[in-house]
Design a binder for this molecule. Structure first.
Ligand code: PGA
Length: 263
């Protein structure tokens, strides 16, 4: 089935200050404003403290903004957490949930991700659930089981109707960041197939097919085109290679025609 758009986005992790984010978004918006959005969903997930200012830098609808995490209650005794009401107030539309660094550095569990997914859906956000196996899990030959269990536990209680708002990012832990090795296009294609099959199992064929699955983990200008050429890959979730606006713009321009041809 045809997905409506190509999904391209970046999470700036704990890097850009308000001033840096302002510069990045203003430049990204200037570089990309001539690119039609009929086929493109462009999004940026900057730090919490920058969101309010970030909103002022982008024309509405051209670059969607979101948060890198969210607490699962509206308010309460959760020091250090940011609630869905607070995120709404600053204009976030997307909420990233379960990024590898949240799971493996900060100790989040599938149950926690599940609460966040349900809460994000309840409050009208687009949850971007990140999943991926570690190197050890890959070497043990249990990658598919891990992906399936992260999906099944993370999406517990999500209805077919609500699933229409979900986005998934497949980000193998061993592929992410400065020490990461990007997944080959064949490997990513295969794992996206496993994820798609599990989503259709959970939500039925029509709903399951509709959910975009993005690949992330050391995406760069060289491997982006070949990844997007793969049938099962609906978008790219990019870290380091997207943090300079002109570089990100070039990547967008290089993959969009490839994606359009694939449709
Ligand atoms: P990277 O980050 O592209 O710098 O590997 C990806 C991510 O963490 O989402």
């Amino acid at each position: 089935m045809k997905l409506k758009k190509l999904y391209l986005g970046t999470n700036t992790k704990m890097y850009k200050t308000i001033a840096d984010t302002r510069t990045f978004l203003t430049e990204l918006d200037r570089h990309t404003k001539d690119i039609g959005r009929e086929n493109l969903e462009l999004f940026v997930l900057p730090s919490f403290t920058t969101l309010q200012e970030a909103k002022k830098c982008v024309a509405s609808g051209r670059i969607r903004l979101g948060a890198q995490n969210m607490g699962w209650e509206e308010e309460g005794q959760f020091s250090g957490e940011i609630s869905p009401l607070m995120l709404k107030e600053v204009g976030a539309e997307i909420v990233m949930i379960g990024h590898s660094e949240r799971r493996h550095v900060l100790g989040e569990t599938d149950d926690m991700e599940n609460r966040k997914v349900l809460c994000a859906l309840l409050h009208g956000f687009t949850p971007l659930l990140c999943i991926g196996e570690t190197r050890k899990e890959k070497e043990t030959g249990i990658s598919d089981e891990i992906l399936r269990s992260q999906l099944k536990l993370g999406l517990r209680g999500v209805s077919g109707e609500k699933s229409k708002r979900l986005w998934i990012a497949y980000e193998p832990v061993w592929a992410i960041g400065v020490d990461g090795v990007p997944a080959s296009k064949e490997y990513a294609q295969e794992k996206h197939g496993v994820i798609r099959a599990c989503l259709t199992e959970l939500f039925g064929k029509e709903n399951g097919d509709r959910i975009p699955i993005l690949y992330g983990g050391s995406v760069n200008p060289d491997n982006a085109p070949e990844l997007i050429r793969m049938k099962n890959i609906d978008g790219l979730f990019i870290g380091r290679s997207a943090w300079e606006a002109s570089r990100f713009d070039s990547m967008i321009r290089s993959v969009l025609p490839i994606w359009e041809k694939k449709q």
